[in-house]
Design a protein around this ligand. Structure first.
Ligand code: PGA
Length: 257
């Protein structure tokens, strides 16, 4: 059975005090519940990665980066390399988020370079793909998703299901309060899983977690997790509140009973 991943993407929110308070609020509950196949992930801004690893060290939470440099090392002021993230002991990093693609002009080729650097440094990419509203309205969703997968994973070898996670995040659903319906998301998740099967093999396609992102919250996560190819959420806004984050973990636990 695949893992269920409840991943929080904190974007550029929370300062030191907020981060500490959040960790304190979730640590005691997460120490005591048996999470089984549920994997909680939280991606704070860079300055708080090490602190969060310490604060959550005796919980099952994996701390993740939100992005990584496309360069291995060098004179790149303000950038953070995959090797640096790896030296912290991190296991995951988001890559190719639509905000990076739109605001920082990240092409599939750049996302691919980042992804390869992460993998070279033993980090697991959480690769984001997703169509804009215009693309959906023009009936181009499948084409766009396949272009992103083909571009970002061109000649990328995957040997086991832990090597990568994919997050389907329709751009029109991010931060808008407008979630894809379970059926709309499932349709695209199926397209992604079928692509994985053709590009790799059935066993990998069966095991690689495919997360949904875009206005996921406690109210709608159960319906999404009920879909056969949705293996969790990449959650922005609703992951910023400790009680909502814990609530979504509990709903995920219930969904797998
Ligand atoms: P949202 O963000 O849950 O606030 O829509 C999701 C994301 O951008 O990963």
């Amino acid at each position: 059975m695949r893992k269920i991943v409840i991943a929080g993407n904190w974007k550029m929110y929370k300062d030191l005090e907020d981060v500490r308070a959040f960790c304190k609020a979730i640590a005691s509950s997460l120490k005591t519940i048996d999470l089984g196949k549920i994997l909680p992930i939280l991606a704070p801004a860079y300055p708080f990665l090490a602190l969060m690893q310490r604060e959550l060290s005796d919980t099952p939470v994996q701390v993740a980066a939100q992005d990584v440099s496309a360069h291995a090392e060098g004179a790149f002021t303000g950038e953070v390399s995959a090797a640096m993230l790896s030296s912290l002991g991190l296991e995951y990093s988001i890559v190719g988020h639509s905000e990076r693609r739109a605001m920082h002009n990240e092409s599939n080729e750049i996302v691919r370079e980042k992804l390869l650097l992460l993998m070279d440094n033993s980090l697991r990419p959480i690769l984001c793909v997703g169509e804009t509203l215009e693309q959906r309205d023009a009936d181009d969703t499948k084409k766009v998703i396949l272009e992103q997968l083909n571009g970002c994973l061109r000649n990328v070898s995957l040997y086991n299901a832990d090597d990568i996670m994919i997050a389907y995040e329709p751009v029109w659903a991010i931060g808008t309060g407008r979630t894809a319906t379970g059926e709309q998301a499932q349709e695209v998740h199926r397209i992604i899983r079928t692509w994985l099967m053709h590009s790799y093999n059935e066993a990998l396609a069966d095991e690689i977690p495919i997360l949904y992102g875009g206005s996921v919250k406690p109210d709608n996560i159960a319906g999404l997790l009920a879909m056969p190819d949705i293996d969790g959420g990449l959650i922005g806004g609703a992951s910023l509140k400790a009680d909502q984050y814990l609530q979504m973990i509990n709903i995920a636990l219930e969904s797998r009973k």
